[in-house]
Design a protein around this ligand. Sequence first.
Ligand code: AMP
Length: 139
Amino acid sequence: MASYEPDNIFAKILKGEIPCHKLYEDDDTLAFLDIMPRTEGHTLVITKEQAPDLFGITPQGLGKLMAVVQALAPKIKTAVGADGVLIQQFNGAAAGQTVFHLHVHILPIKDGVALGPQEGGMAEPDDLAMTAEKIRTSL
Ligand code: AMP
């Protein structure tokens, strides 16, 4: 099993050491906008439990994470006017994982709009703030 590095970027977000555009939080999960969005409304849902990937969490913890993904995804899709939702989750660098704290991507997809590249560049903070506000009002 992969080891957990407690100073990873998502651990710092959970500790409030670096900011995020927060959309939702409960006792077990935090959801915020991806700073390098591949689509408008690209959201990350992370566990508060310290797990590096899908294989480092209990089935119960995973169930709570996925329940939040299931609840948020259709609302985010509606908020940004998308037509579908892609759910992605990477395990290991070889599979494209770059932050080793368990997280699930919610990617709202609009008909005819191509998915942007992974790590395609940082979004403007004002654009992220506007998107976050639009989503929060519909949660
Ligand atoms: P993954 O490839 O599944 O590990 O994805 C990690 C994601 O975290 C990428 O899509 C990054 O754009 C995103 N990311 C990295 N740092 C931050 C940050 N400080 N705030 C929000 N998203 C981030």
